[in-house]
Design a protein. Structure first.
Length: 386
């Protein structure tokens, strides 16, 4: 066998989901022309294949609020800017509160969100039921209403960003798993794939739940583990539900929202789910799901469940992302570990990755997400994670 072909690039991105394609697009828009994105399978085939698609700025951490709000603004103009309809439905988010002890924390978060320009507000049980017709007012203390939030189609976002990046000169290679990443004597990276070797001044890791494995190749420890999450879909309801906000019960983590065929998407964060890369779809969790949904929406808890899917969360010890740069003998940037809210933050994170690469102040201060924070005991600073 001959010597593998070596391709010289400024940046190599590893991972072709929403975070990788957003980073590629924003790097190219900023004038970084020599960019290659490597994806081991198909674009959007990993964690981006099965997300909930929710978009929101309802968070308790200022950086998460800023990333969510900036990304939501980007999604509202996505069709005009990128030229792809992502099916954005701004039906609102409704965080249901059934424990009075939780209200002060949400009041503090809402005040912070308002100060940052996010129009959330605390509402009473009657208004919450008016916003979501399936919601039961029994045991309901209050709710957080965020009218601008909603959901979109992740696959179309990936497709749009990929097309936009390609149009700006980015090389995208699918079916190109990375087998090794090594430093060169001149401080660059050599990335080995099945179709050649890429030598780059910087590597960006956006491999979702697989980011820990990719980072290990570069000698970097990203504390990320995969966790299966499942959702189920009901049959079309009679009468059709119409507009149903993305409704989440903070106590049980049960959630649901309307679907295009007149049914509901339902889910629940199973506390007994063990870490792993398995994405098998099962039904053995349906009774627990129904029990959780019954606490807030008993009228739909027993609706027939006709389909579902499983995807992977990319979890970190404190349930917050890792965004930053490490010295691996070359520039190793990372944006991963979003613990369930990567899709909704992807546009703004792509901008931040670009800023970090160009060594300029990021549009959102993401310094608190740097890997170095794990030198201390993990403290969960974000409350609004399902």
């Amino acid at each position: 066998m001959g010597t593998p072909t070596e391709h010289v690039r400024d940046v190599v991105i590893i991972g072709g989901g929403v975070m990788g394609t957003s980073s590629a697009y924003h790097l190219a828009r900023a004038g970084v022309r020599s960019v290659t994105l490597l994806e081991s399978g198909e674009l959007g085939g990993g964690s981006s294949a099965k997300p909930l698609g929710g978009v929101r700025a309802v968070f308790s951490d200022p950086a998460n609020i800023a990333l969510g709000a900036r990304s939501l603004a980007a999604y509202t103009r996505f069709g005009r800017e990128v030229g792809v309809d992502i099916g954005l439905q701004q039906v609102g988010y409704l965080f249901v509160i059934r424990n009075a002890a939780d209200v002060p924390a949400f009041e503090h978060s809402v005040a912070l969100q308002n100060a940052m320009g996010v129009p959330t507000r605390i509402i009473g049980p009657a208004e919450a039921v008016a916003q979501c017709p399936y919601l039961s007012g029994e045991d309901l203390v209050a709710a957080v209403w965020s009218p601008d939030d909603g959901f979109a189609r992740p696959a179309d976002v990936v497709r749009g960003y990929a097309a936009g990046a390609t149009g700006l000169g980015v090389e995208i290679r699918t079916g190109a798993p990375v087998s090794a990443v090594e430093a060169t004597p001149d401080g660059r990276a050599r990335v080995h794939t099945t179709d050649g070797v890429y030598r780059a001044s910087a590597v960006v890791c956006t491999a979702g739940a697989w980011s820990g494995r990719v980072a290990t190749l570069a000698g970097v420890d990203l504390p990320i583990h995969p966790l299966r999450r499942q959702v189920a879909f009901t049959a079309p309801l009679t009468p059709p539900p119409g507009r149903v906000p993305f409704t989440i019960d903070y106590s049980t983590t049960a959630y649901f929202h309307g679907t295009e065929d007149g049914g509901l998407l339902m889910g629940w964060a199973d506390p007994l789910q063990t870490p792993g890369f398995g994405r098998e779809v099962s039904t053995d969790w349906h009774e627990s799901l129904r029990a959780a949904v019954r606490t807030i929406a008993p009228g739909v808890a027993d609706a027939p469940l006709v389909s579902g899917w499983a995807g992977l969360y990319e979890m970190t010890p404190d349930c917050n992302a890792v965004i930053g740069e490490s010295d691996a003998g070359f520039r190793f940037l990372y944006a991963a570990g979003f613990s369930g809210h990567g899709f909704l933050q992807a546009p703004a994170v792509g901008e931040c990755v670009t800023d970090l690469y160009l060594r300029r102040r990021p549009v959102v201060d993401v310094s608190g997400f740097a890997l170095e924070r794990f030198g201390q005991p993990a403290v969960r600073t974000e409350l609004a994670i399902v």
